[in-house]
Write a protein that binds this ligand. Sequence first.
Ligand code: TIU
Length: 230
Amino acid sequence: MSSDYASVAAEPSPFLLQFGQAALILIDMQRDFLEPGGFGAALGNDVSLLRRAIAPNKALLAAWRRAGGLVIHTREGHRPDLADLPPAKHARGGDVRIGDMGPMGRILVRGEPGHDIIADLAPVAGEPVIDKPGKGAFHATDLAAILANRGIAQLVVTGVTTEVCVNTTVREANDRGFDCLVVADCCASYFPEFHEQGLRMIAAQGGIFGWVGQSADVIAAIQPQTSGAA
Ligand code: TIU
């Protein structure tokens, strides 16, 4: 990009993207949440509601990679011995529990097929993958250190689910001083009304937690400038 920052249309005001200090972070685009037969489906959720976010994420990820930006992926999951799983978290969720055997291996356990990121958005070499035991990506991970080491001050946030892991991560990031642009069409929830309200909660009150934009506007802002002068 030729300028220091690009203005991206967003709520509640344009987001001034400084690409060199920004990371794209994809939250928990894992098989357990997005594929039939995973944890999300086992809880009775309609995974097609989440799968809407795959194509926009794919386009944004490709554009971000082409522009040479830092990409970070997260996965929610636990050690195979479940030693990092708080009993309070283990107890919740109904009949299907973290660590139980499911069609894609043990649910939300690291190393199991269901814990993997979906093939459409698979990380490539050099892209940090943050394995997180909580809903927020900062809690009990090395994300803060990775961002500090790379001089990152802004996060462009996508993933699932809007009101759970995306919101928790954005709130954690906001308290740590990051500017967050949440990409609405790249996020999704099993509950459409939670998706809408989750986004509104971020941009309300003058951007209490950050900004909310659309993938097409981010992509347009990071595309290499093509001038007429060849
Ligand atoms: N990644 C994430 O949001 N984890 C969840 O458990 N979300 C639900 O909405 N259940």
